[in-house]
Ligand binder design. Sequence first.
Ligand code: ADP
Ligand code: GLC
Length: 492
Amino acid sequence: MIAATIRGRVMRVVHVVSEVLPYCKTGGLADVAFALPREQAARGAQVALIAPLYAGVDRARHGLRREPLTLSVPLAGRQWQVGVWRGQPAAGVDAWLLEVPELFDRPGLYQDGDRDHPDNSLRFGLLCHAALELVVRARLKPDVLHAHDWQAGLVPFLARERFGGLVESVFTLHNLGYQGLFPAEVVPQLGLPWSVFTPEGAEYWGQFSFLKAGLVFAGRVTTVSRRYAQEIRTPEHGLGLEGVMQALGPRLVGILNGADYSEWDPRTDPLLAARYSPQDLSGKAACRAHLLREFGLEGVPPGRPVLGVVSRFVDQKGFDLLFQALDELLALDLVLVALGKGDRAYEQGFLARQQAHPDRLRVRVAYDNPLAHAIEAGADLFLMPSRYEPCGLNQIYSLRYGTPPVVRATGGLDDTVRDADRHADGNGFSFAAYQPRALLDAVGRALAAWAAPERYRAIQARGMLEDFSWPAPAQKYLDLYDELLQNGIPLR
Ligand code: ADP
Ligand code: GLC
């Protein structure tokens, strides 16, 4: 283990991110942005994070304080006054939240219904510029600026411009499906020189790409599983950026996310109807009964397995495939309970199917954290048929909760789930082809295992005993920073 030091003093890291627990969350990014800094601080690094202060954040509940500091940031022909709030999301982690009501006080973080906020380039451009300004004004003096996803994509370039080689930058790609693409005219509005707008720079087929800016100007690029780091180098998953990924060579690495077991562990989870452990699973039955009550399915007999889904309802997660397979799936002896929110077409599709099969399918269109925990614990199997999946946290949670996952073998799903029909130490079920038949086959095999209690228990136990906790990945990031600080950028 390398201690979190550089030239004999504590290493300083500043994360820039658009969502972070406990303040705001739409998906796994917020889980990672909370747990990774905490774990880095626990390993001796000095860690801060910078994020927007959105309308929904309860300042009193989270103990946020207004700093006696207002940033003045020029952007898009205006001088923005940015209020600065501070909090401590975890021991040793300083959160700096940026207040610009005109830009961040919206009900949806990125979207209004199905539509992206029209001024997202300005909103997140301001996040990046203000983050750099804050770094200077608050004297954070980072060794490494760590930017996450497209919303923080300008940070590596701005850091180079402002600090030269004094501050290194790392960019983590959590999802290539969201690129932050805008018309070319945003380039000057974002305070950027036209020299960034080239095919080697941040231009993507005539548009400006926040994501590509992050990829090409960062000292190192990471993504959230090894498998996804390979996949995005191919035309199938690279979305036209595979050449950029290939050119990154060894500067692009995959580091599998951890799971935060202080929130997601059935031994201690206060949100469950009962606690349980691999040694004593009896509480899981109470969780199942609670889950069925929550969905008004009290009548489901013990012999009928419950399949759970918790997901953003978007194309990435494989809902077109699930819908193609749904009639056949619901004809099997099982019930499907799904929690999610997202594209209206999927929300309505689920609700319509629920009307047709009320005893087999129940859907909750909502964002509901306690119910997400109830599904992880109370279901017998967990379904995640993603079209692509950079890492995926839900299947890692379901392993811990003794709810074997049935997944499509892609990205992080493939790095975490081993099919029990193909591996002696299998912990779930997986399928490769993005086809209804393949999904149905994997579910069928999972149901067969469920019907054989001893075998099912062995699969469950293997998943529950696995360790996907944060110390190992957090250390990998620290090692990466260390290597970057020693070698600088020449690996390019
Ligand atoms: P992604 O980040 O692509 O959405 P992940 O599996 O990495 O996928 O993380 C999703 C996270 O968001 C998990 O913590 C999951 O429990 C949570 N989540 C997703 N949808 C909901 C929902 N409707 N209600 C509550 N939690 C949700
Ligand atoms: C993204 C990905 C998901 C990943 C999460 C956290 O939202 O879709 O696979 O787990 O980021 O890295």
